[in-house]
Design a protein around this ligand. Structure first.
Ligand SMILES: NC(=O)c1ccc[n+]([C@@H]2O[C@H](COP(=O)([O-])OP(=O)(O)OC[C@H]3O[C@@H](n4cnc5c(N)ncnc54)[C@H](O)[C@@H]3O)[C@@H](O)[C@H]2O)c1
Length: 436
């Protein structure tokens, strides 16, 4: 492998060659590799794609900048893209979500330049994104649209090399659609989030379970018997609400969309305004993709000891500056738990600095579910290499055949066999003449 020159200090891969990167500690690499291999055992679809990619090398010559949560599952995606012939550069998509052992293993064992350190400050976070952009990517793989935004604002001279991109999450897709509507977007992007095999599973079951996991690891609270307020009944909110209710909580839902609110009510949840919820909630979880969902007037109405957490993409869902202004002081009382003492004498506990709690305090989604999201990523990049030049500078759905292929591969890996249409049924579904 050739020596890669970048702006950052080098790590040393196991083959002795220098690999660029900026990670916390390369000595963590062995532990990271073991965890990456563990996740790989639970990612049969990505593994099958990797085996095919290694034979066919469909991504040969493609440079990919991947701004993703640096987790074990992301490492397996990066390995897969590399097996397909791509040159892959990785940076974190959130300052608190990086798993430092995984970042070290990517550099030291897999020879993938990686720029990510858990707890990095704002400046370092953006300098890591710049390191990936300076690798002159042809494809951007983003989670939240920060990489794309930097490219379209501060680093426009690198845009000419990029022919396509993918976006992992709801918030990133919202930002990209705004860019496309404003005619600012310079290349086509596939919205991985909108694949059925992504949001129906990753957002619902992945966020559902891992958000509770992050809350439990940081607080060790008992969910049973507590009142949990879920802000936002989208794919993620549905997941967390159903898990919390399954664990014995009384779940209140807040919404701004009448359809989603109606669905929550018919799913059996109490739908209330946040103004009402604040007086009742023991634990608040925001999953809206919006800002200031919990704000000054809400903090003032909360019970003493209320716990607030966010699992939406950005740390703006909880208005932390407002919380700071209302407080006489704050102190860390456990890892990922900060106590804010309000001037009223009440205390509010903020988890994970308001960043996605499932990645800040736990390990993010289980590999079994990321298997499908990242299979969509790998197959979409392969598709874009062939088709990007025929696409407009817009946001596209994952092609239906890829979505269905991922579902079929996942079912096969689970040993589940489904029925085929009989010829008679096939014909019946195509006809309009046969009625009552
Ligand atoms: N934690 C994770 O690992 C993870 C995984 C996937 C997605 N996400 C992020 O979670 C967020 C939600 O994703 P989603 O797929 O559920 O999106 P979604 O669009 O399906 O749902 C968001 C819901 O929030 C509601 N909402 C908006 N503003 C609100 C407000 N002020 N009060 C109450 N409800 C409000 C919307 O009406 C909508 O129903 C996004 O930021 C997404 O990027 C996080």
């Amino acid at each position: 492998m050739a020596k890669i020159t970048t702006r950052r200090g080098n790590g040393v891969a196991t083959n002795g060659h220098a690999v660029a990167g900026h990670v916390k500690d390369l000595k963590l690499a062995r532990e990271g590799k073991l965890r990456i291999e563990w996740a790989d055992r639970h990612m049969p679809v990505v593994k099958a794609i990797r085996a095919r990619f290694a034979k066919e090398r469909p991504l040969k010559g493609v440079r990919i900048a991947a701004c993703l949560h640096v987790t074990t599952e992301t490492a397996n995606l990066a390995r897969t893209l590399k097996a397909g012939g791509a040159e892959v550069y990785v940076c974190g998509s959130n300052p608190l979500s990086t798993q430092d052992d995984v970042a070290a293993a990517l550099v030291a064992h897999y020879g993938i330049p990686t720029y990510a350190i858990k707890g990095e400050d704002h400046k370092t976070y953006y300098s890591h994104i710049l390191s990936c952009i300076e690798a002159r990517p042809h494809v951007t793989m983003d989670d939240g649209c920060d990489l794309v935004t930097v490219l379209h604002t501060k680093k426009r001279n690198y845009l000419k090399d990029v022919f396509a991109g993918t976006e992992e999450t709801s918030t990133g897709v919202t930002r990209l659609r705004a860019m496309a509507a404003g005619k600012v977007l310079r290349y086509p992007v596939i919205a991985i989030n909108d694949a059925d095999t992504k949001h129906l599973f990753d957002n619902r079951y992945g966020t559902g379970q891992s958000t509770i996991d992050g809350i439990l690891r940081s607080t060790n609270m008992l969910i049973a018997g507590s009142t949990v307020v879920i802000a936002g009944y989208g794919w993620c909110g549905r997941g967390v609400a159903s898990r919390a209710t399954g664990m014995g909580a009384t779940v209140l839902v807040t919404e701004i969309d009448p359809l989603r609110a109606l669905e929550a009510a018919m799913d059996g949840f109490q739908v209330v305004s946040m103004g009402e919820a604040v007086e009742r909630g023991d634990l608040f979880v925001t999953l809206t993709g919006n800002k200031s969902v919990l704000r000054r007037e809400h903090f003032l109405g909360m019970k003493d000891g209320a716990i607030v957490a966010n699992s939406g993409h950005f740390n703006v869902e909880i208005d932390i500056p407002a919380l700071e202004r209302l407080s006489t002081g704050k102190r860390q009382v456990r890892q990922f738990v900060e106590e804010y003492k309000l001037k009223t004498g009440r205390r509010i506990f903020l988890l994970g600095e308001g960043r996605l709690i499932n990645l800040a305090a736990a390990e993010g989604h289980p590999a079994m579910v990321m298997d499908m999201s990242f299979a969509n990523q790998a197959l979409s990049v392969e598709y874009l290499k062939k088709k990007a030049r025929t696409l407009k500078k817009d946001v596209y759905k994952v092609p239906d055949n890829i979505d269905r292929q991922v579902a079929s591969l996942k079912l096969a890996s689970m040993g589940i066999v489904i029925d085929d249409l009989t010829p008679e049924q096939d014909k019946y579904l195509r006809t309009w003449s046969e009625g009552t």
